[in-house]
Ligand binder design. Structure first.
Ligand code: BTN
Length: 328
């Protein structure tokens, strides 16, 4: 895949979020006034919206700062070996990159890849994860486990909890978790998690922990193609957020939780997870293929399975798509 070219000079000029006249932009880029519009279209191709006001010029809807591996590393706790961190401008998918690196045998636990933009961001259930430039967090971390895939039960829920705690450290409020691992705010999706596992089903296996968080992304009436209600920290707080401390907080949470999970399993986290359970006590529907199961959400088991109160008693589920049952 050829990577999209980033208009560096234009971004450097526009990243302050202030107005710049067409004349100034033209001068900087060495193009005619008429060609400026074409250059600005490149921002839209990256998923960056801008406004244009007669007499003032053009500006991005908010400022734009870049993620920095050095700034993030400086904020990491020193109790654990500081992991290797790289930030890509454009990549197909940070999960795909970690999977490639696993093949080279050159990376170790905690290795983290971030990107400003993903061209083919992966979501759960084969969905796409829409990944515009410079606005959000797209992070993948490698962690390895020696006791096979059965020891990974509940891992994705623990990662959801890490995301919630990292967001809270950045003052985010009203966060909830939707089983297994969507992070919601006021019922809308704020972050998603995709785990991909490779290796020996009964021995050493490598998990790619992929996390996407909507940070400085505004809806702006533009269609994103996302088929579910979503939000971002900017939408919630009406304030721009520096992504570097958020990413550092997230890595710190993961570095603390993953060894505990490896040692004690999900049972250690079950009570804490349930404090954020968006659906507990509510009527839900689980869609499993063509099957629909209706019941009242009753929390999670020590393995991270969903518990459902049904007329036949408590049933547990380890798959399927959960949604609130619509009132008729
Ligand atoms: C979901 O569908 O809820 C999961 C979304 C996971 C998106 C993240 S962004 C970083 C990492 N790289 C990917 O391609 N996907 C995950």
């Amino acid at each position: 895949m050829t990577h999209k070219k980033i208009p560096q000079h234009l971004l450097a000029l526009m990243s302050d979020g202030e107005f710049h006249s067409g004349e100034k932009i033209g001068e900087l880029l060495g193009v005619s006034r008429a060609a400026v519009w074409k250059q600005l279209q490149k921002l839209e191709e990256l998923g960056l919206s801008f406004e244009s006001i007669k007499g003032k010029g053009y500006r991005l809807e908010t400022q734009l700062d870049f993620m920095s591996a050095a700034d993030i590393s400086a904020l990491l706790i020193k109790t654990y070996p500081v992991p290797e961190i790289s930030v890509h401008e454009v990549i197909d998918s940070t999960n795909a990159e970690i999977l490639r690196l696993i093949q080279t045998n050159t990376i170790s636990k905690g290795h983290t890849v971030l990107a400003e933009m993903q061209q083919t961001g992966r979501g759960r259930r084969g969905r796409q994860w829409v990944s515009p430039f410079g606005r959000n967090v797209y992070l993948s971390m490698l962690w390895s486990f020696e006791r096979g895939m059965a020891s990974l039960d509940g891992l994705s829920l623990v990662v959801g909890l890490c995301v919630v705690k990292a967001l809270q450290r950045q003052s985010a409020k009203r966060l909830e978790l939707k089983w297994p691992n969507d992070v919601l705010c006021e019922g809308k999706k704020l972050a998603g998690i995709l785990l991909e596992v490779v290796g020996d089903p009964t021995g050493l296996c490598h998990v790619v922990i992929g996390i996407g968080i909507n940070v400085n992304w505004k809806k702006n009436g533009v269609s994103t193609g996302i088929d579910q209600p979503w939000t971002s920290l900017l939408e919630i707080n009406d304030a721009y957020m520096d992504r570097n401390p958020l990413v550092a907080a997230l890595i710190n949470e993961l570095l603390q939780a993953l060894p505990v999970f490896d040692d004690q399993g999900f049972a250690y986290f079950a009570d804490e997870w349930q404090q954020y359970d968006a659906f507990i006590g509510k009527e839900v529907v689980i869609q499993m293929g063509d099957n629909m199961i209706v019941g009242v959400a009753a929390g999670v088991t020590d393995k991270g399975e969903l518990k459902l109160q049904t007329p036949q008693g408590i049933q547990t589920y380890n798959g399927g798509e959960v949604s609130l049952r619509k009132k008729l």
